[in-house]
Write a protein that binds this ligand. Sequence first.
Ligand SMILES: Cc1ncc(COP(=O)(O)O)c(C=O)c1O
Length: 365
Amino acid sequence: MQNTPIPIYRPYLEGNEKKYLNECIDTAWISGGRFVQDFEAAFADYTGAEEAISVTNGSVALHLALHCVGVRPGDEVLVPTFTYIASVNAIVTAGAIPVFVESRPDTWLMDVADAAKRVTERTTAIMPVHLYGFACDMAEVQQFADAHGLKVIEDAAEGFGVRIDGTHIGTKSDASTFSFFGNKTITCGEGGMVTVKDKDLAEHFRVTRNQGMSPTRRYWHDRLGFNYRMTNMQAAIGLAQIEQADTIIGRKREIYDAYRQRLEGLPLSWQEAPAGRFESSYWLVSLLAPSKEARESIYMSLDDAKIEHRPVFIPAHTMPMYAENKETFRVAENIAERGFSLPSFPGLTTDEIDRVAAAVRRALS
Ligand SMILES: Cc1ncc(COP(=O)(O)O)c(C=O)c1O
């Protein structure tokens, strides 16, 4: 088994996925259907969100959220530069201007003190991004947003199963978004969810997701809308996944603990959550090598052992389309130079964890 490749992720499809998908095909309900409502209800129930609106993927979830909370062309939106590019692209798709914010060296997430320096009279929203299963301090973000009259849109694409003081993230802000891509904690293949607190606003999201069509008059479109609907087949998989959410997240916690134990004593830094109050879902176990060169050695050692790895995100301000102001973000750039993620899927065995840890250890000793 020593030479069997270990992927970075493999979805955990051990429940009712096939049964529910067969139901879609047997009943011919493949576009809309009962699973869409059932998945939304199960998602709201699991997270404690007031309203959950399913969509095609986590990227359009962000665009829908920005559009429906009222971010307009020319507005400025605060967003961490250290994020997946979809956070930033969604702001631009809404016609708004992304204003990049530095990361904190401990959590790697948006530094609210830095955001404070970047507020102008055109700033209308802030988008904290919860990366790798770790949460931004939402009490701090909300207090800051209230002080400046900003809308809060949480990008919780990677944050399913993450709690602060027992409350699931993405349930208390103006709008929050989740992704169900194949490598996410729960998956639909592709898929996304938006959560909001308010029933009327949720209705606006539902209508806008459906090309702006009136729920009471067919083919009457009283507002701008988009086709961002989730299919019944995506939702069928999503429902089967959420039924297993506790098992999946429980297993991911065990994997994180196992890595920490096996990699102890090595010169690696771990993404940190403030102690006690924050419960991570450990979406992708991610850490920092002591240097860029050391990360290369780790990659080589993992490659030799046929173990897949991935770098952390490259800061958005360095991408050609966003690089015009030439500003440096030292913390984010340093994390990006040294950060990498290890295989973190629920089905990872103890032997495989041993193999991964041994390969990392070989590179650093
Ligand atoms: C932080 C973040 N935001 C947004 C997205 C976009 O989600 P999707 O891939 O479902 O469009 C992702 C997904 O990879 C993500 O990691």
